[in-house]
Design a binder for this molecule. Structure first.
Ligand code: P71
Length: 465
């Protein structure tokens, strides 16, 4: 099996603690079967998310010491602004405390009540801000993205004919922009191809539609383009990232992922009027436009993180191939999961893992809870709970994809941690018939997955190991 040795060595360590199965059974009951409600101390390997969980480099820690904490005009802001202009190529940038704050400001500016917002699959916070601004999200991702077994190399692509249909049905005046995500998270970390983006640009130019990029995982996407798309094998990650951004009109970015920091985000654009309005809004919701909810030192670490993410191609190769290694181990063990393997995570297919549990009994939620009990590994539900209820019918959305995400933090875990994770999940797969479904005992109205509480539909039989 191919495993890429880490292009770094370890200078600081953080001890993690293994617990007993009985301890974890009590912990998950206390957390009401929601892995978001577990205490981090009770987790052995934390694969809940790759968001804000990266290990910073020595250069980033050093940059923290260079924080200029002036309320206005911090030098770290200007360095960050220049870095965003240089690496991503946008003219203007407004920092925000994280990605969803950028989404909020952008949605309020670009969406009018009753508008449609097409996108290559939804992301939870992105769609919520679109809806709060009065928009309606329309999924225009290719059909292959909804099939966990389809080997299409660019399952994040937009189906241009779905865009055409939307234009024909509602008219371009009713379309705010297209929300275009790289390495589409909810599809399983699936990349877009440059050819698709180029074609979309042509289509959007013809109709006068803006392309707003969700830039959260563009570096990972660039690696897939370099590896899989004709004509890109000899282009650097840095060049590919810049080319992707060049076809778009602006972006939102959660810097907590590819930009290698624990907190931060930004909104960037080429349109000056939008920039002026974004600055006006950022002071209402975030802070002055030269810090936007981040401290000077956070901006310093972010600028350094952005540079590091594209400095050499080694880092991103190791990062994506480590994820792939987990996928390969699970393939060998016959555990059903999304293929091709994504950039940031391996997504278990809970519908195929637990075919005896109906989607309204939340198989992915139940599986994430049982993975924790079996192994001490924390994963995240990405299915019916995350998808929420249809605002019109009030019914669970029952998305095609009912997944559990094993998300790999950047530069944090070693091959041995990945081996341990795969072995534990393979063991649980053998006992899958004992896993029961769940029902809500508390259901928040918005982004319900974060704080929802559940109980088993029947008492859980404690598996005998
Ligand atoms: C992830 C997250 C964090 C998260 C958010 C909501 C539910 C569970 C976990 C955040 C993203 C993202 C994309 C593509 C925007 C955001 C929001 N992802 N776009 O995957 O993946 O950014 O968290 O900085 O506000 O665990 P933010």
């Amino acid at each position: 099996m191919k495993y890429i040795p880490e292009p770094f060595r370890i200078k600081t360590v953080e001890p993690i603690r293994m617990t007993t199965r009985e301890y974890r059974r009590r912990a998950i009951e206390k957390a009401s079967y929601n892995t978001f409600l577990l205490r981090s101390e009770d987790v052995y390997i934390d694969l809940l998310t790759d968001s804000g969980t990266s290990a910073m480099s020595d250069a980033q820690w050093a940059a923290l010491q260079m924080g200029d904490e002036a309320y206005a005009g911090s030098k770290n802001f200007y360095d960050l602004e220049e870095t965003v202009q240089e690496i991503f190529g946008y003219k203007y940038m407004v920092p925000t405390h994280q990605g969803r704050a950028a989404e909020h400001i952008m949605s309020q500016y670009l969406i009018k009540k009753g508008d449609y917002v097409p996108g290559n699959m939804y992301f939870t916070t992105t769609r919520l801000h679109q809806e709060l601004a009065g928009g309606k999200f329309v999924d225009v991702i290719i059909d292959e993205a909804h099939d966990t077994t389809n080997p299409h190399p660019f399952k994040g692509n937009v189906d241009i004919s779905k865009m055409q249909r939307l234009v024909d049905e509602v008219g371009v005046d009713k379309i705010s922009y297209i929300s275009y995500e790289t390495c589409v998270n909810m599809a399983g970390g699936q990349p877009i191809s440059m050819a698709n983006l180029r074609e979309l640009r042509k289509f959007c130019d013809k109709h006068g539609i803006k392309i707003m990029l969700d830039n959260t995982r563009t570096v990972e996407n660039a690696y897939f383009i370099q590896k899989r798309e004709e004509g890109y094998a000899n282009k650097s990650i840095r060049e590919i990232v810049k080319e992707i951004c060049s076809y778009t009109d602006g972006c939102t970015c959660s810097s907590k992922k590819d930009c290698l920091v624990n907190i931060g985000g930004f909104l960037a654009m080429n349109d000056e009027e939008f920039f002026v309005e974004a600055k006006a809004q950022v002071v209402v919701y975030e802070g002055l436009h030269t810090y936007g909810g981040m401290s000077g030192r956070d901006m310093a670490a972010l600028a350094q993180g952005i540079r590091e993410s594209v400095e050499t191609d080694d880092y991103i190769k190791y990062r994506v191939e480590l994820t792939n290694y987990l996928g390969e181990l699970l393939t060998e063990a016959g555990v059903p999961h999304v293929v091709p393997h994504g950039g940031h995570a391996i997504f278990l297919d809970a519908k195929r893992f637990l075919p005896h549990i109906d989607q309204d009994q939340f198989p992915a939620q139940a599986l994430a809870a049982e993975i924790y009990v079996e192994t001490g590994v924390r994963a995240m539900e990405r299915g019916n709970v995350s998808s929420g209820r249809d605002p019109e019918t009030g019914e669970n959305r029952r998305p095609k994809l009912e997944l559990v995400r094993l998300t790999i933090p950047r530069r944090v875990y070693t091959q041995a941690h990945i081996d341990y994770t795969a072995e534990g999940i393979a063991r649980l797969y053998q006992k899958r018939a004992q896993i029961k479904g769940l029902k809500f005992v508390f259901e928040p109205k918005q982004l319900r997955f974060f704080q929802a509480r559940f109980e088993p539909t029947e008492p859980v039989a404690v598996p005998v190991s």
